[in-house]
Write a protein that binds this ligand. Structure first.
Ligand code: ZN
Length: 158
């Protein structure tokens, strides 16, 4: 397991469009494992490959139910609306209010390069759309209503 450095806003890698993954190989498998490790270490609910400096269309999400790995994800459908607080591991210590669809349906490949459909509401829909935005070089701060604000988290009891 390896924790990778999370790139912060202002790093040019975060505004690039990522490339499709054509085949699974050991290098990409290790990247995905590292992305999960890095996301859990930072207590995040999602992480996209460009956040660790890799311009591939891969993201990982875990909203507390199941770990999800999405390769070459495409949004098929969205509906409804939700307005709520959103943060990003690449915008450390800050959050902002963002309105997004309340439901999203996404087509992607899993780690075995098999097609999967993932659909979610509320937090999962928000996470799916936030992470897929990263793959096209977009950060949530472009969609924030009002100003970003500081957030503080309780220190781990270690
Ligand atoms: Zn993010």
């Amino acid at each position: 397991m390896a924790i990778r450095e999370v790139r912060q806003m202002g790093d040019p890698v975060l505004s690039k469009v990522c490339k499709e993954v054509k085949e699974m190989n050991e290098r990409t498998q290790i990247l995905i494992e590292d992305m999960f490790d890095t996301m859990y270490e930072a207590n995040g609910v999602g992480l996209a490959a460009p956040q660790v400096g890799i311009l591939k269309r891969i993201c990982v999400i875990d909203c507390g139910d199941d770990p999800i790995c999405l390769i070459n994800p495409v949004v098929l459908e969205t509906s409804g609306e939700q307005t709520g607080q959103e943060g990003c591991l690449s915008v450390a210590g800050k959050a902002g209010v963002v309105t997004r669809p309340n439901y999203a349906k996404v087509k992607a490949l899993n780690e075995d390069m098999q097609e999967v459909i993932v659909e979610g509401e509320e937090l999962l829909a928000r996470a799916l759309l936030h992470e897929i935005d990263h793959l096209d070089g977009h950060l949530y701060v472009e969609k924030v209503e009002g100003d970003l604000f500081e957030v503080t988290y309780e220190e781990d009891e270690e």
